[in-house]
Design a protein around this ligand. Structure first.
Ligand SMILES: CC(=O)[C@@H](O)[C@H](O)COP(=O)(O)O
Ligand SMILES: NCC(=O)COP(=O)(O)O
Length: 239
């Protein structure tokens, strides 16, 4: 079964546009879970452009499904995650000023760093996942870091899907097969949508979780949050 983790960064973006608490990030998290979300994902960035440090702490007791915190493991991020103890931490190598996440890890270049950080999180009982481009050659060093899972960075899949979906999914399939051989769990995310999700889920073996925010929140403007989450769950259902 592939779990749907709803990324609520965009709710915080909207809230921060006016200050105050509308829309409420915590209420959306509670309701998304009530509507069927099997996890909540947030990506607190150092500039707090959307999710704030306070949100991270406020959300912790309210996420009764799976709490996934994404981010670049600078020391303040590491310490916050160790303090909050989510179910999963996803390490993403994005520059502080990047508009959004734009690459996976070079696990060879950053091997010692990743190994050390992952050991810290695992010692605290937090499952780890590392953001990875669709490149089977990177899987061996990813596995050697000790991570539990990888998250396939699906921006390129989403971009190429409308032109040639078979070609778009190819490297992801190969990376997932390689990850399976090393015993790594597989997550995926970035620019997945109601349009492109089902083909991806049908073609990636042992896909454990997708985290989806930008498209899902945008689609919810038209369909409502409950209908949208239910529509995603149908895309992921295998029967
Ligand atoms: C890690 C990842 O893939 C991202 O999709 C991220 O969580 C989105 O972050 P923003 O909402 O800041 O664009
Ligand atoms: N890890 C990816 C994520 O949480 C959501 O990415 P997006 O759907 O906002 O592009």
């Amino acid at each position: 079964m592939t779990k749907l983790s709803v990324n609520i960064n965009k709710i915080a973006t909207l809230r921060n546009a006016r200050g105050g608490d509308v829309p409420s990030v915590t209420q959306i998290a509670v309701d998304a879970q009530r509507f069927g979300a099997q996890g909540i994902t947030i990506h607190p960035r150092p500039d707090e452009r959307h999710i704030t440090r306070k949100d991270v702490y406020d959300l912790k007791p309210l996420v009764t499904t799976e709490f996934n915190i994404e981010g670049n493991p600078h020391r303040p991020f590491i310490d916050m995650v160790l303090d909050v103890k989510p179910d999963q931490v996803t390490l993403v190598p994005d520059a502080d000023d990047a508009i959004t996440s734009n690459a996976g890890w070079d696990c060879e270049k950053h091997f010692d760093f990743l190994k050390g950080v992952i050991a810290e999180f695992k010692e605290a009982g937090i499952r780890t996942s590392i953001f990875l481009d669709p490149n089977p050659a990177m899987v061996q060093s990813a596995a050697a870091t000790g991570t539990d899972r990888i998250e396939l960075y699906t921006e390129a899949y989403a971009r190429h899907y409308p032109k040639d979906k078979e070609q778009a999914v190819k490297a992801y399939f190969e990376t997932a097969v390689a990850a399976g051989e090393y015993g790594l769990g597989i997550n995926a995310g970035h620019d997945l949508s109601l349009d492109n999700l089902q083909y991806f889920a049908d073609n990636i073996p042992n896909l454990l979780e997708v985290s989806i925010g930008h498209a899902l929140i945008s689609e919810a403007l038209y369909m409502g949050l409950e209908n949208t989450i239910q529509a995603y769950l149908k895309r992921l259902a295998k029967w």
